[in-house]
Structures are given as structure tokens and as C-alpha cells.
Design a protein around this ligand. Structure first.
Ligand code: SF4
Length: 324
């Protein structure tokens, strides 16, 4: 949960998750839809699916134990070098390093590494160095200490070198390079995307559709949505998307709201329109399942955060029905 996400955000999710799945066996036995529902809002849903799959692997192949064996962990879904080091150094005192943003910064500054530590030779140097400096025992505590030093003392801006226990041996400090090491990561260009989502009503019910098993938001549910084409009016896009994605003929009835959100380097503006089903039956080359549900029935389905906002509006009945 903590990958790419701050502790303060994670705490309530973590507590709810552990209350629902208090043991590895409980998580392994859970339905993936319930796991996704409890993860909903944290984003990067692949982490939830990997965690669930890894729990199943451990229960099926290792009796539900957490083995003291790096090779087993390397073979689990979603477990990379960082996680192997984090789990095994702390749980079993294995001599394995952890490299994340904080320890990366401390090591680069301490050794005066001016190259890019995130790729190529710089990355190799980083992991080798992180391993070389490990103590023989209390490895987990050592790893924690380096990360903590990076979080509290060797901070990205204005590191507190005067308070740093490594100050007398730090190359960056000697050379006055604290602010330029490590080289900042190259940020991908932000891409603006305009989308239309269409909430199709049929009597008291709305159409919820399930995404395929691969790609973004895999197996989660949503209201049909897609990109707005250049010069296309939102209500025309709603008719087109309903036809292309659900095979339904609809009539646009109201503008619900506009939701702005970000996904990786995409900045998405989603115009949400209400519509009434006129004809046809659900058939889709993209979505794998569909349900006609009352707003009150939307709760248990895992839905991405921006679409949940829309679902909540339907539940609250506070949808503005501004007729065009
Ligand atoms: S002396 Fe300064 S730059 Fe060097 S490790 Fe300590 S806080 Fe970071």
C-alpha cells in the first residue's frame, strides 16, 4: 500500500484491509472484487491484485507460511528487488539491501555519485553499494536507519548536514554538492485528456459495466466512458460512446458534472452526462460484463475513484438535472 502512497493516506485503508482479511489465509480465500473494493481510492490497483495473487500462491504452495527464502519471494506476483530486501531483511535479518527514494538520496550524496542512479551503470552502482555497506546482523534496522536518515535529515531540499551523523565523511557535503545530487528524475510530459462518461438510465436503474481482465482498472466497474474527439460536442460523444461501447441507443438528458483527476502523467477532464436508454441490448467488444443497478446497489462494486464520485452523486440524489 505504501508504494507511491503516503503513510497518512494509507493508515485507514490498512486498518480496514486488516479487519477484513486478518490472516494470509483470509486474504487468499477472498473474492478479488472484495479486495479491489477495499483498495478503492488508493489507485495503482495492480498492487491489490498482486498482493491477492501472492497470498494465494503462499497458501497453495507454502502452506500459508512466509518462507525465509529470497527465491520464493522473487517468484511471487508483484514482488521485486525492493520488496524482497524489505521483507527479508526485516523479518529474517537477511543480508539484503533496500533501495528507495530516501536511501537512494543518502547513498548518492554520501559517496558523491553524480550520475543518474535510476538507470544503467548508476543503478548497478547503487544496488551494489547498498549491499556492500550492510552490517552482518540487524540488517533490517540498518536499512530502516538509512531510509529514516533520508526522510528526516538528508531531505531532498535543504538537507540538515549540521545534524547528520555521516557529515564528517560525506562527499557531497565536502564538495558542496548536496543540492545537485542526486540528479532529479526526468518527469514525463503531462498529457491533457478530455473524456466523456455516460450514465445510462433505464427506469430507476443505471448501467454499470466491467472492464476486461488486463490493462488499467482491470476487472473494476464503471460507467461507460472514452475520449472526446477533436471538435466533437460532449453530447455527440455520449451517443457515440454508448453505441460503440454498449450497443445501446440513448438520448442525452442532463449534464451531471465535470470530474478532474490524474492518472500517471495524464491530466483527465471527464465530462459526465446522464442519458436515457432508448433501444438495443447490452453487447460490447470491450466491457466483459454489465449490470442494471439502482444507485443504492452500486456500493459493493469496485469502481475507480473519479467514477465513485459520480456513483456517490447518484446515491445522494444530488445530481443536477440541467436539461440541455
Ligand atoms: S552530510 Fe548532508 S548530504 Fe551528506 S548524508 Fe548527511 S545530510 Fe546528507
Amino acid at each position: 500500500m505504501l508504494q507511491q502512497t503516503q503513510v497518512a493516506t494509507v493508515v485507514p485503508y490498512f486498518e480496514r484491509f486488516l479487519a477484513a482479511f486478518p490472516t494470509l489465509q483470509a486474504l487468499a480465500a477472498a473474492d478479488e472484487q472484495d479486495v479491489l473494493r477495499l483498495w478503492e481510492g488508493l489507485g495503482y490497483y495492480r498492487r491489490a491484485r498482486d498482493l491477492h495473487r501472492a497470498a494465494r500462491q503462499l497458501v497453495l504452495e507454502h502452506n500459508g507460511d512466509l518462507p525465509d527464502d529470497p527465491d520464493v519471494w522473487r517468484g511471487l506476483s508483484g514482488v521485486g528487488r525492493y520488496m524482497v530486501g524489505a521483507i527479508l531483511s526485516q523479518a529474517f535479518d537477511r543480508r539484503l539491501p533496500i533501495v528507495e527514494a530516501n536511501s537512494l538520496r543518502v547513498l548518492c550524496r554520501f559517496f558523491g555519485q553524480t550520475g543518474d542512479p535510476r538507470r544503467g551503470p548508476g543503478q548497478r552502482w547503487l544496488w551494489e553499494t547498498a549491499e556492500d555497506i550492510l552490517p552482518r546482523t540487524r540488517v533490517g534496522e540498518f536499512n530502516q536507519a538509512v531510509m529514516e536518515l533520508g526522510a528526516l535529515v538528508c531531505t531532498p531540499a535543504k538537507p540538515r548536514c549540521g545534524k547528520c551523523p555521516l557529515a564528517s565523511m560525506c562527499v557531497a557535503r565536502k564538495q558542496g554538492l548536496q543540492e545537485t545530487i542526486p540528479v532529479p528524475p526526468t518527469k514525463p510530459k503531462v498529457i491533457e485528456v478530455r473524456e466523456v462518461a455516460v450514465v445510462i438510465r433505464h427506469g430507476e436503474r443505471v448501467l454499470l459495466v466491467q472492464r476486461p481482465g488486463t490493462g488499467r482498472w482491470a476487472r473494476m466497474w464503471e460507467f461507460p466512458h472514452g475520449a472526446l474527439r477533436a471538435k466533437e460536442a460532449p453530447d455527440d460523444a455520449a451517443l457515440r460512446l454508448a453505441r460503440e461501447l454498449t450497443s445501446l441507443g440513448v438520448e442525452v438528458t442532463d449534464e451531471m458534472e465535470t470530474v478532474r483527476h490524474g492518472v500517471t502523467h495524464h491530466r483527465i477532464t471527464m465530462i459526465c452526462l446522464g442519458a436515457r436508454k432508448r433501444n438495443g441490448a447490452f453487447r460490447s467488444g470491450f466491457y466483459v460484463d454489465s449490470r442494471w443497478l439502482t444507485p443504492a446497489e452500486l456500493g459493493p462494486y469496485p469502481i475507480s475513484a473519479p467514477q465513485r464520485l459520480l456513483a456517490r452523486r447518484l446515491v445522494e440524489g444530488s445530481v443536477q438535472r440541467n436539461l440541455f
